[in-house]
Ligand binder design. Sequence first.
Ligand SMILES: [Zn+2]
Length: 100
Amino acid sequence: MDIWIIVVYLLVALLYAICFVRIFEKAGYSGALGLLLLIPLINIIMLFVLAFNTWPIENRLSKLRHKLNDLTNAIRCEECGKVIQDEDAHFCPHCGVEFE
Ligand SMILES: [Zn+2]
């Protein structure tokens, strides 16, 4: 096999590895988990984990949103997730759900 084919293959694999690490880091996972996408069959499982699992960054964002709501006395609609600034609201102006 020509040496250049191997070099190009390794460069492409390195580029993919860097992208996978960055994607996992941005989702809030350890970047090292992104390297698992380079392993055949394991990469399919990791793709499903990435696609259907709640990302750690989503959990952190949700906690921060709740803290912000507590600080501003706003109401967060559990149905649509929108924030309503009127703390005396009896229903969500976005989706119409009635608050208890
Ligand atoms: Zn709503």
